[in-house]
Design a protein around this ligand. Structure first.
Ligand code: DGL
Length: 273
């Protein structure tokens, strides 16, 4: 374990979704080295029991700790919802999740204090968003609904067209009918489909509806935390190392499109946990 400022930041997710957080971190903290782990052999996490997700999360965290990371960012809402306290108790490095930043972004975006959340079944069942939103503002009414089919669509790179649009419409209907004025994308895979989700949400609820995700807020919170602990790296441009547990070629293809960077050239390494 290292907390030297030039050590990398560890980021993990069940698959591609956490790249939305990695991208935000690279925007806010360009000088940091990142090691990203996508557990593509076990994705999705969102349909599994909390016990299984905790077991997978421990394995991902242990793998990144072996890379001497100075801090761990859990770039997966499902893991943040059910395993964050376990990881914080068990690890010697600070652990940051995505739900609290997402909840704060949602509350900040809502004027009517009625917020909708789409997330995985695991996140919705945990009630983590409702708790986090009420911790920010107890007057807010939060409604969450699972939107599981958006995860495989994102993993497949099926990011546009009528199939994701119909799927999004089916899920969003139950939220927009409750007069929410902010929609939190409570799953790190969903921002990959943000343009489709926003288009549908605006058609159903009007252009005023704010669509938010916690990626940017998580990156800003990370910057604050590193600053306070004097753990910021002192270099101009950091590196990005990508590890996956299955199908590195497929990952590189979709990741390149999403990150707007040539991930194939960067190289995606396959590892076992
Ligand atoms: N990245 C996960 C999340 O944010 C969704 C994908 C999955 O179910 O594994 O909840």
């Amino acid at each position: 374990v290292s907390n030297a400022s030039d050590s990398p930041i560890g980021v993990f997710d069940s698959g591609l979704g956490g790249l939305t957080v990695a991208r935000a971190i690279r925007d806010v903290l360009p000088g940091e080295d990142l090691v990203y782990l996508g557990d593509t052999a076990r994705v999705p996490y969102g349909t599994r029991s909390a016990d299984t997700v905790i077991r997978y999360a421990r394995a991902c965290a242990a793998s990144l700790v072996r890379h001497q990371v100075k801090i761990l960012v859990v770039a997966c809402n499902t893991v943040s919802a059910v395993a964050l306290d376990h990881l914080r108790d068990e690890l010697d490095v600070p652990v940051l999740g995505v739900i609290e930043p997402g909840a704060r972004a949602g509350v900040a975006a809502s004027r009517s204090r009625r917020i909708g959340v789409i997330a995985t079944q695991g996140t919705v069942s945990s009630g983590a968003y409702e708790r986090a939103i009420h911790a920010v503002d107890s007057r807010v009414e939060a409604f969450s609904t699972p939107a599981p089919l958006l995860v495989p669509l994102a993993e497949e790179g099926w990011l546009d067209g009528e199939v994701p649009e119909l799927v999004a419409e089916r899920y969003l209907h139950s939220l927009t009918s409750r007069d929410v004025d902010a929609l939190v994308l409570g799953c790190t895979h969903y921002p990959l489909l943000e343009h489709v989700i926003s288009r549908v949400a605006h058609r159903l609820a009007g252009p005023e509806l704010a669509v938010v995700d916690g990626a940017k807020a998580t990156a800003l919170e990370l910057a604050t935390l590193l600053g306070a602990r004097q753990m910021k790296a002192n270099r101009e441009r950091g590196s990005l190392r990508i590890l996956v547990t299955d199908r590195p070629g497929r990952f590189a293809e979709v990741a390149s499109r999403f990150l707007g960077a040539d991930v194939e050239a960067l190289g995606v390494e396959q590892i076992d946990l």
